[in-house]
Design a protein around this ligand. Sequence first.
Ligand code: SF4
Ligand code: SF4
Ligand code: FES
Length: 325
Amino acid sequence: MRQVIKFKIKRFDPMGAEGNAPYWQAYNVKLDHGMTVLEALLKIEKNDDPTLSFRRSCRSAICGSCAIMINGTSKLACHTQIAPEFEKHGEMVIGPLDNYQVLKDMIVDFTPFWMKMERVKPYLVPKKEPKGGWVITNEDTKVIDASQKCIMCGSCNGACNSQEIDEGYIGPSASAKAWRFVGDIREGDKRLRLDRISQEHGIWDCVRCVSCTEVCPKDVAPMTAIEKLREEALAEGLDDNPGAKHALALVDSVKRVGRLDEATMTFKTLGFLRSLGMIPFGLKMQMHGKMPHPILFPAIGKLDEVRGIYKARERQRKNERKKKG
Ligand code: SF4
Ligand code: SF4
Ligand code: FES
């Protein structure tokens, strides 16, 4: 006999009897071999409830339209089999993607997603072609390979912790798209592009929680793209913002004393005036014995070894730059 699995689905219908309040509804689904969550939703829609709303198109993990929350994680419904999911969680809890405004049931408003894409100019602005045309090597392609695989499903934005607290944050998907062009050797607008995304709500607001990379169904690794964008932005001298200043202060602190000198880092990140606003916080830390002395901050032993790592990395960088020409 085929197993029957209960689906607990988060519903929302602004025109329905429940008004603006989301509510939960349960449906029983007879499991077929290898059945996906999308197939179950289609079955429910056909047999039990034609009002259930969700997006889908290709059913093959290509179009990116069926991303939803499945047991608390952003996933493609067409690419998620029920059996292993049920075995792992002991239930099937389905809902719309987090961090988006819900229009109806699992249909969310993608307008902010597309606006963020627009912010990064998602197309190549070619620089002057060299004599004899472009020669694109395998290595050149590899650099941007992952970011080209994005299917715009929006799962990463749904899982992003920075986006949860700041709707304006550029987000992982648009950042990965930005890297697609910044990392392209033919790109002519690299600096302008990097400048745009280095501003407030840009790449420096990522807290490196890795959630985007974990949920991406296409291994785009948006967080790695953000790290590369930050590196390129610094290489272009775009460091007049708190995020870049903080990163540089951290590098400087470890080089100077072998560890994080938080007091000096705060000062370097925020500047003198804004650091004054941190005094109450500093006093609280002082009361709990957690405030490092701002002047007498001793370096660790074997600092030479730490500095040796810096020197080795600098040599590595020089070689990389030479290779790039
Ligand atoms: S790593 Fe950054 S971009 Fe990715 S989910 Fe976390 S905060 Fe968002
Ligand atoms: S980066 Fe991955 S998760 Fe994000 S939109 Fe693209 S394919 Fe989807
Ligand atoms: S229906 Fe196209 S990705 Fe799922």
